[in-house]
Design a protein around this ligand. Structure first.
Ligand SMILES: O=P(O)(O)OC[C@H]1O[C@H](OP(=O)(O)OP(=O)(O)O)[C@H](O)[C@@H]1O
Ligand SMILES: Nc1ncnc2[nH]cnc12
Length: 176
């Protein structure tokens, strides 16, 4: 498996969920055992020496590889969820994304001062979701925060909007 092989396994669906959106569908990649293993292994190689204590995955597509990666790194896993799904006390952020608006939240006891957090999602588009998730993690006194995506849509400038102002290590496996 190579990055080029992986790219061919990501399906593009035109006009989903709205007209004008070219949706990058990872389901066709992660159902392939070699591709799924390749994604997790590539991210593991990048982060294995960074002292990551917790991977925080963004609902829902950020849970899939995020949880596998946390297991492989020997880290814990934290759920950043859409509003109303987490049972205990939370903190929340409203955000806009490429095709709408939403609220995400995380449990108030999710992180502590010993944590080096790797925030993970499948895809970076406008950066609205990631920025809200970064703001959530930044409410905790964590040691460090790194951010990772499987896919970045660079023409939407999401990386600029999250990395430049906040000086954060942001990386993506595939850039379109
Ligand atoms: O950079 P942005 O413009 O904010 O868009 C990126 C977000 O959009 C998608 O999630 P979606 O809200 O569709 O939810 P899902 O993972 O549950 O499908 C994707 O998984 C990212 O979380
Ligand atoms: N174009 C896109 N494809 C898949 N997920 C997305 N989330 C936001 N924009 C997206």
């Amino acid at each position: 498996m190579t990055l080029e092989d992986l790219k061919t396994l990501i399906r593009e669906v035109q006009d989903f969920p709205k007209e004008g959106i070219n949706f990058k569908d990872i389901t066709t990649a992660i159902k392939d055992p070699n591709a799924f293993q390749y994604i997790v292994d590539q991210l593991y190689l990048k982060y294995k020496d960074k002292g990551i204590t917790k991977v925080a995955g963004i609902e829902s597509r950020g849970f899939i590889v995020g949880a596998a990666l946390a297991y492989k790194l020997g880290a814990g896993f934290v759920l950043i969820r859409k509003q109303g799904k987490l049972p205990a006390e939370t903190i929340k952020k409203t955000y806009s994304l490429e095709y709408g608006e939403d609220i995400i939240e995380v449990h108030k006891d999710a992180f502590n001062e010993n944590d080096v957090v790797l925030l993970h999602d499948d895809l970076l588009a406008t950066g609205g979701t990631a920025k809200a998730a970064i703001d959530l993690v930044r409410e905790f006194p964590v040691k460090d925060l790194l951010v990772n995506f499987i896919i970045e849509l660079s023409f939407l400038k999401g990386k600029e909007s999250i990395a430049s102002e906040q000086n954060i290590d942001v990386d993506s496996l595939i850039v379109y």
